[in-house]
Design a protein around this ligand. Structure first.
Ligand code: URP
Ligand code: ZN
Ligand code: ZN
Length: 481
């Protein structure tokens, strides 16, 4: 009988479509067999556990560079540790272009810093300033394996106006990349913010008032309409409300290649959390803002309908007290001056399992599809990542579906000094994480070493293929930059 390097025995394998009892045989870092009675030089007993593909978190901010130098607090080492502790083995993170500067030098620094990764990783390239010179850099960047461009339709100093956004869409279409979009209306948020501050409404809870769902819906509609004009596939990031999901559903119904992502914060946090006493509300501030129970119910429905098909963390590397953290401008700072974003790399899978599968809203296969298979497909990492099948990288999580845990910041193992989910009781927890055949986490002990992660260059893949449908049959992307 063949002896594998590692055999995971006695578990229930879950894929995006089914679950079945099987052993998994691993050799040379890959899954070689899924079947009965497999033996290995090393064995992991998965009796009573589920064997899931390692999580693929296709939206998380790790060691993101700051315009004045340095990076946000979550390093590759600490971010990877949190990911592995939570069952995630691959991430798609960000390289940011600073306005007025070329992409090349900062991308080189991102690559160099990612040398410390303990998870496998790919990049989205954020484009903030699509000048002719920057657009001329894109073919080389895309050809090097970064096949996803991120744009912001809000945030100073990152946002793009419509014409700039069109230029990025056209460049992506010409050179073969997906575009991911942060959809909120910049001008309207600025105007609302001025009105709120002028009225003395400055506390963290007014962050949500400054950017209500209608502004997310408008920007989502516009992002899709312009992508439709250029015939460029896009993914809408961090959908927080059914109003935005409806725009995606309507576009998909007419054949537009648009996908929607949401995040655990929109299932378990709400605008009311930003109204906690003192400055505590700042811990829950992210954009788009968490909404209310009705919105959450609408998001679950959008998941059920397949309108939202990826759940990522949007992990942000800001502490509460850290040097660039939530309190950087003091505890009486108005909401405009409080850094946005919440950490979530380590909690993503447990929250989605608990709120989704354990609560009876989705199946275990839905969970695998939302957290591993579909993000891997959408970002060109499948079938290497995101599935339990022969030939795939042996990235696996042994998952206890019934274990009850109360989330604490210590369990997250990140460098951030808080989790917005402190005290949240969850059902379902990772028992062991395997990365390319190596057991890198067992019972919360992460044993991976910095530098053990691998870069995942992305080759052209299905999701980025346009439809070839234009108004009047004219393809503007070939004629305009
Ligand atoms: O508030 C958030 N989401 N911060 C992270 C950056 C982004 O918008 O993705
Ligand atoms: Zn965003
Ligand atoms: Zn983000």
């Amino acid at each position: 009988m063949t002896e594998f390097d590692l055999a995971i025995r006695g578990g229930t394998v879950v894929t995006a479509v089914e679950q079945f009892r099987a052993d998994v045989g691993i050799r040379g870092g890959r899954i070689e067999a899924v079947g009965a009675n497999l033996r290995g030089a090393r064995t992991l007993d998965a009796g009573g556990l589920l064997v899931l593909p390692g999580g693929v978190d296709s939206h998380c901010h790790i060691e993101q560079l700051q315009p004045g130098g340095g990076a946000d607090e979550e390093s590759w080492e600490t971010g990877s540790r949190s990911a592995l502790a939570g069952g995630t083995t691959s991430v798609v993170t960000f390289s940011t272009q600073f306005k007025g500067r070329p992409i090349g030098p900062s991308l080189a620094e991102y690559r160099q810093r990612a040398g410390q990764a303990m998870v496998d990783y790919a990049f989205h390239q954020i484009v903030t300033d699509p000048t002719d010179a920057v657009l001329a850099e894109l073919p080389g960047i895309i050809a090097s394996g970064i096949r996803s461009l991120k744009v912001f339709l809000t945030y100073d100093p990152l946002w793009l106006d419509d014409r700039q956004y069109l230029r990025v869409l056209a460049a992506a279409r010409r050179h073969g990349a997906l575009v991911t979009v942060h959809c909120e209306n910049y001008e309207a948020i600025g105007w609302m913010t001025e009105a709120l501050l002028a009225a003395g409404l400055t506390a963290p809870k007014y962050h949500a008032w400054s950017r209500p769902p209608v502004l997310e819906r408008e920007a989502t509609h516009r992002a899709i309409a312009l992508a439709e004009l250029v015939d460029q596939p896009i993914q809408i990031f961090h959908v927080s409300c059914p109003e935005a999901a409806e725009e995606i559903a309507r576009a998909r119904a007419r054949g537009v290649r648009v996908w929607g992502e949401t995040c655990p914060q929109y299932f378990v946090l709400s605008a009311a959390d930003m109204d906690r006493p003192g400055f505590e509300g700042a811990k829950f501030m992210c954009s788009p803002a968490p909404r209310d129970a009705k919105a959450t119910a609408g998001l679950w429905e959008a998941i059920r309908l397949g309108t939202l098909d990826v759940v990522s963390s949007d992990h942000s590397g800001w502490s509460f007290d850290g040097p660039r953290g939530k309190r950087v401008n003091g505890t009486d700072a108005n909401f405009r001056d409080i850094p946005n974003g919440v950490p979530g790399l380590g909690s993503r899978l447990a929250i989605l399992w608990s709120e989704g599968v354990a609560a009876g809203r989705i199946s275990a296969s839905d969970f695998v599809r939302l957290t591993a298979t579909q993000p891997a497909r959408l970002f060109g990492l499948h079938p290497k990542k995101g599935s339990v099948m022969p030939g795939a990288d042996a990235d696996l999580v042994l998952w206890d579906p019934t274990r009850r845990t109360t989330i604490t910041n210590a369990l997250m193992q990140h460098t951030i000094d808080y989790t917005p989910y402190e005290g949240l009781a969850v059902t379902g927890w990772p028992v062991a994480t395997v990365r390319r055949g190596e057991v890198v986490m067992q019972d919360g002990q992460v044993t991976a070493q910095p530098g053990g992660g691998q870069y995942l260059p992305v080759a052209p893949y299905d999701a980025i293929a346009p439809r070839g449908v234009f108004a009047n049959g004219f393809d503007p992307s070939t004629a305009c930059s």
